[in-house]
Write a protein that binds this ligand. Structure first.
Ligand SMILES: [Zn+2]
Length: 437
């Protein structure tokens, strides 16, 4: 592998809030070898003059497989959004659709500086997501979704419990630790899964040391239905089936009672905050300052293209830094805290902070370089303020994962943007025809 020297950047290591300095980073064999003023080295040089150099962004809840449905499911609340648009779409997706969708989603993530994502699949063809991710070079935690019950679910995405879990185990054995890929066990949510499925999913994940991921406490209607179905609050139900702990990331956590919050804290369960999707589906606003006060690990994620409609960490950072000020005042969620959620805390949530999430010697060289060309990044200011409030995905110039250059001058090195878009258009047309809309 080529060794690389990143020169003259403003380094924002994200080990500590407020710390940044001018300097260089030497990458050898995919890892950060040295940070500081490095005079010269016999390797490729990336000039980062007037650029911010950060740990690659980490999103802990996305659905790349939903990318073809982008801009086709606006102005709906969660359960209608699932019933009327998202489930019929997933039911109509074939293998080529899964591939085209994940390619479009992953391309957007990489171009926007996200180097690691925790991704939710659909029930079928998940091999194609992993193949695509492997080819594109992203660090992807992903799994097929499980659904073995529920109302209004098309039969194509409802599965036999045993079959569904067996397929997950086969996928995990094939793809976990295959390059930068990790398998994650992902029941969709309490309303789509039988209790036996939830319990067996937990067993499967823990037997193999894989993470667990699901949606929880996202909308009021969902919370009410879970209570009616299980006779418990959502978090109490997850506790009953064993689906809480340091190896669990719950997307959303918008409507959480004090006693549920205490359970999350006691079990060290992680939350992924998705402010863009929560606002668009009118689900509500998760009380992130309260989570943080209780020392609960909170990461960020854009959720799905049809409920956001972007996979931009910059949009999520900007929202996370602003929406909480309404309830908690202007000092709630400063820019450094939010930038930490998008980098270091994401790695902590995935239990890989020893490998990525900060710029430190010995860690994998997952690095995002942001250029300061945009008017909104001038004239000056604190780097966290510039990045969180002023930058957008198009300000990302270069992206490295394990020291491999994936994006250079805002272009994917191994893929043509037009080809990804054309493939997605063709796949969407075919999927839409099967959806009969
Ligand atoms: Zn989701």
């Amino acid at each position: 592998m080529q060794n690389i020297l990143i020169k003259n950047g403003v380094l924002v290591p994200m080990i500590k809030s407020g710390k940044y300095f001018a300097g260089d980073i030497l990458i050898e064999n995919g890892r950060i070898k040295e940070i500081g003023q490095i005079i010269s080295a016999d390797c490729m040089v990336i000039d980062a003059t007037d650029c911010f150099v950060l740990p690659g962004f980490i999103q802990c809840h996305v659905h790349t497989v939903q990318s073809l449905l982008r801009h086709q499911a606006d102005d709906l609340e969660l359960l209608d959004w699932l019933k009327k648009r998202t489930w019929p779409y997933e039911a109509a997706l074939d293998g080529d659709g899964v591939e085209a969708a994940s390619e479009l989603g992953i391309a957007e993530l990489l171009l926007g500086g996200t180097t690691t994502a925790l991704d939710f699949g659909t029930t079928h063809n998940h091999d194609r997501v992993f193949k695509t991710a492997r080819g594109m070079g992203i660090r992807l935690f992903s799994g097929k979704t499980h659904m073995d019950t529920g109302t209004d679910v098309p039969k194509q995405i409802l599965e036999n419990t045993e079959y569904s879990l067996r397929e997950a185990e086969d996928l995990g054995k094939k793809w976990n630790n295959n390059g930068r890929l990790k398998y994650v066990v992902e029941p969709r949510f309490a309303l789509s899964c039988t209790e036996i499925l939830m319990k067996e999913a937990v067993k499967l994940a823990r037997k193999n040391n894989w993470l667990l991921h699901t949606h929880a406490n996202e909308s009021i209607n969902e919370v009410r239905r879970v209570k009616k179905l299980t006779k418990k609050s959502n978090i109490a139900y997850l506790k009953k089936v064993g689906f809480l702990g340091k190896d669990v990331i719950l997307a959303h956590g918008v409507h959480v009672t004090d006693s549920e919050l205490k359970t999350l804290k006691d079990t060290n369960t992680r939350i992924c905050h998705c402010p863009g999707a929560n606002l668009k589906l009118a689900s509500g606003i998760a009380d992130v300052p309260k989570y943080l006060k209780n020392k609960i690990v909170v990461a960020l994620g854009a959720d799905g293209p049809p409920c956001n409609n972007k996979l931009s960490i910059f949009q999520e950072m900007s929202l996370a830094a602003t929406v909480h000020k309404i309830k908690h005042g202007p000092r709630a969620m400063d820019a450094w805290t939010v930038l930490g959620m998008a980098t270091r805390e994401g790695a902590r949530a995935l239990n890989i902070l020893d490998q990525i999430g900060t710029l430190e010697v010995g860690k994998s060289a997952d690095i995002t370089i942001i250029k300061r060309d945009s008017m909104s990044l001038h004239p000056d200011g604190d780097p966290a303020s510039q990045i969180v409030y002023g930058a957008t995905a198009s300000d990302v110039r270069d992206v490295l994962i394990d020291g491999e250059l994936i994006v250079r001058d805002s272009k994917l090195l191994k893929f043509k943007h037009q080809e990804i878009q054309t493939k997605a258009q063709i796949a969407w047309k075919a999927t839409r025809a099967r959806m009969k809309i």
